[in-house]
Design a protein around this ligand. Structure first.
Ligand SMILES: [Ca+2]
Ligand SMILES: [Ca+2]
Length: 355
C-alpha cells in the first residue's frame, strides 16, 4: 500500500475524453441521424478538449506543478487490499479490506498481525467478486456495530429473481452487520446478521461499495449483474435492485427500512430501495464533504457488437438538488438520439474516459 504525499493532482483522468458518438450502438433506421449527431459530438468534444487543455494549463500554472507529489510505502504484507477507510471513532486507525475476506488494521503506522475480522471461509473471492468494502455508522464509537459488503461463496445462497432469467452463476451479494468485541481491534465473527442479500446472475459486475452518506443512510452500489451489455436489462428496471445505488436506513438490529425521501417510495411499480439507476458497475463512489454531491465512478459500455470501445464514466449526483432517481445513462449502451429526445431527463456522465 502506498501513501500519497503531495499538494495537488489535477484530473489528468479527464484527458482520456474522446468522442462518444464512436461508441453507441447504431440502429439501422437511425444511422444517418446518429451520424450527424456523431459529427456534432465530435465538434463539441474537440471544443471541450481544447477548452480543458487551456483551463488545465491555466490551473496548473496557478496551482503549482501538478506533478509535485510523491508516493511512499505505508504498509506491506496485505493480501489483495481493495478498500481503505476509518471508523470515525477518533482512534486514528485505518481499516483495510482484503478482497480475500478480511479486514486489517493499520494502527500507529503498523499493520496489526491479527485481522479485525476474517470471514474468508465464506467469501467467494474470484474475479470481481470478494470482500469488497466496510462501512462504519456515524455513531460507531458508541454503538460498536458496522457493515460489510461481500460475495458469498455459496452461489445458491439466493435463488434467481424473476428478472434474472434463471441465471445463477455469480457469488451472491451479502450486506451484513457485525459487532466489535471488548477488544477494539477485533470484531466478533459470530455476530454476523444479514441485512440484504441478492442473487448474482453472472460472475462480474457486483458493485461492492457500501458507505454512509451525509444524511446518515447507507448507500449500496450494485452492478447490473454482469454479462456484456446488460443482457438482462436490469439497470433501467425499477423492479430490480441490480444496476442501482440503493439507499436504506439501518440501525443496531433488524434488516432495514426505507428512507421516506427515497425517489420511488410509495410506488407499486418500483423497488423503494432504489436511489439511482442506469448504472453498469458503480465500483466506487464518494460524497463531496462540502456540497453533499455524490461522485460515482461507473464502468460504462457503449458498443456491443464491435467491442473496440468501452467506457469508464464519472457521474455526479446531487443529494441536495433532487435530481436523484431520474433516468440516467443506460448501462446497456449510449442512448440513441431519438431516445435522448424522448427522455430529456437522461443525464449523461460528467466525464468519460476510454479504457
Ligand atoms: Ca444465487
Ligand atoms: Ca454479478
Amino acid at each position: 500500500m502506498l501513501q500519497y504525499v503531495g499538494e495537488h493532482v489535477s484530473q489528468r483522468w479527464q484527458a482520456g475524453v474522446t468522442n462518444p458518438s464512436q461508441c453507441y450502438e447504431r440502429g439501422d433506421v437511425m444511422r444517418t441521424i446518429q451520424g450527424l449527431a456523431g459529427l456534432m459530438f465530435a465538434v463539441i468534444a474537440l471544443f471541450a478538449i481544447t477548452l480543458w487543455v487551456v483551463l488545465d494549463a491555466s490551473a496548473a500554472h496557478s496551482e503549482g506543478d501538478a506533478a509535485n507529489f510523491d508516493l511512499r510505502l505505508a504498509a506491506s504484507g496485505l493480501n489483495q487490499p481493495v478498500y481503505l477507510t476509518h471508523a470515525g471513532d477518533g482512534s486514528g486507525r485505518l481499516f483495510v479490506v482484503e478482497k480475500s475476506g478480511a479486514i486489517r488494521i493499520i494502527k500507529q503506522g503498523q499493520l496489526l498481525a491479527q485481522p479485525f475480522l476474517d470471514i474468508s471461509d465464506h467469501v467467494g473471492n474470484d474475479g470481481e467478486a470478494g470482500f469488497l468494502s466496510v462501512a462504519f455508522p456515524p455513531d460507531y464509537a458508541a454503538s460498536g456495530y458496522f457493515f460489510v459488503y461481500y460475495n458469498h461463496i455459496d452461489k445458491n445462497l439466493r435463488p434467481p429473481e424473476a428478472e434474472d432469467n434463471g441465471r445463477n452463476d455469480g457469488y451472491d451479494t451479502v450486506v451484513a452487520r457485525f459487532r466489535v468485541t471488548a477488544d477494539p481491534d477485533r470484531a466478533d465473527k459470530t455476530s454476523e446478521e444479514w441485512v440484504l442479500t441478492r442473487n448474482q446472475p453472472f460472475t462480474n459486475h457486483n458493485g461492492g461499495l457500501i458507505t454512509f452518506g451525509p444524511d446518515g443512510y447507507l448507500y449500496i452500489g450494485l452492478g447490473d449483474g454482469g454479462g456484456g451489455g446488460d443482457p438482462l436489462d436490469t439497470a433501467q428496471n425499477l423492479n430490480s435492485l441490480l444496476g442501482k445505488i440503493l439507499r436504506i436506513s439501518v440501525g443496531p438490529t433488524g434488516t432495514y427500512t426505507i428512507p421516506p425521501t427515497n425517489p420511488f417510495v410509495n410506488r407499486t411499480d418500483a423497488r423503494a430501495e432504489i436511489w439511482d439507476r442506469g448504472l453498469r458497475n458503480p465500483w466506487r463512489y464518494s460524497f463531496d464533504r462540502q456540497t453533499g454531491d455524490l461522485f460515482i465512478g461507473d464502468v460504462g459500455q457503449a458498443r456491443v457488437r464491435r467491442s473496440a470501445c468501452t467506457w469508464a464514466a464519472l457521474r455526479v449526483v446531487s443529494t441536495l438538488g433532487g435530481i436523484a432517481g431520474k433516468v440516467f445513462w443506460s448501462a446497456r449502451r449510449w442512448p440513441t438520439v431519438p431516445a435522448l429526445l424522448r427522455r430529456r431527463s437522461w443525464i449523461i456522465p460528467a466525464a468519460t474516459a476510454s479504457r
